[in-house]
Design a protein around this ligand. Structure first.
Ligand code: URA
Ligand code: SF4
Length: 206
């Protein structure tokens, strides 16, 4: 099986990383997706937010969190006193995985496999190395497990300050739900309020 490590350049500037990632073939997901969706945000960001993978809109536009989940995230960041353009936003997996939809319909997102998450992790590590954030906000179980391993349980450790493995530098972590989970929640208002609480607590730690 492949790995993104074969495509990560020695130069750790974000621009060099982004252009190299555009040609990544570290796993099979590049084949059906439109493009690599690399992270976005200032190099000096103190917080990095990590989602799962780009969705349908992100795949088309080439930017993270620009679809429905992104709109919810924008509102939650705003309600948490966090400015979107001051944080670095990225995903654990950089290509959209989906099942083809009927003509004209939105393609349905598929959860990336553990193999794909592990194959793509070198990009996340390189982004962390370039930005050196103080805090990694892990949005959902896929992002949390990309950083903390497959045995990490979000339900058990949600909202906690997490020590991260040494390869993640000096950053601390905080895992919360994915904005898509808020959109799907039976009680959306309650799920949204809890999400904003987690983000607000994270912002206070910066
Ligand atoms: N969901 C994610 O995890 N990331 C995005 O960029 C968009 C939706
Ligand atoms: Fe490379 Fe990640 Fe895309 Fe796989 S998902 S091809 S590892 S960028």
């Amino acid at each position: 099986t492949g790995t993104a490590a074969d495509f990560v350049p020695d130069s750790r500037g974000l621009r060099a990383l982004r252009s190299a990632a555009a040609g990544c073939r570290g796993c099979g997901l590049y084949r059906d997706a439109t493009q690599t969706v690399f992270g976005e945000g200032p190099r000096q960001a103190r917080a990095m937010l990590v989602g799962e993978q780009p969705g349908d809109r992100e795949d088309v536009e080439g930017a993270p969190f620009v679809g429905p989940a992104g709109r919810l995230l924008d509102r939650a960041l705003d309600d948490s006193g966090i400015e979107r353009d001051q944080v670095y936003l990225t995903n654990a997996v950089k290509h959209f995985k989906f099942v083809p939809a009927e003509r004209g319909k939105r393609r349905i997102h598929q959860k990336p496999s553990r193999t794909e998450v592990v194959a793509c992790r070198p990009w996340l590590l390189a982004e962390i190395d370039a930005v050196r954030p103080e805090l990694l906000v892990l949005l959902g179980a896929t992002a949390a497990q990309a950083v903390l391993g497959a045995s990490f349980r979000l339900t058990r450790h949600r909202g906690e300050v997490l020590e991260l493995p040494a390869e993640f530098g000096s950053a601390r972590g905080m895992a919360t739900v994915h904005p898509s989970a808020v959109l799907r929640a039976p009680d959306r208002d309650e799920a949204y309020a809890a999400f904003v609480d987690d983000l607000t607590a994270a912002a206070r730690r910066l």
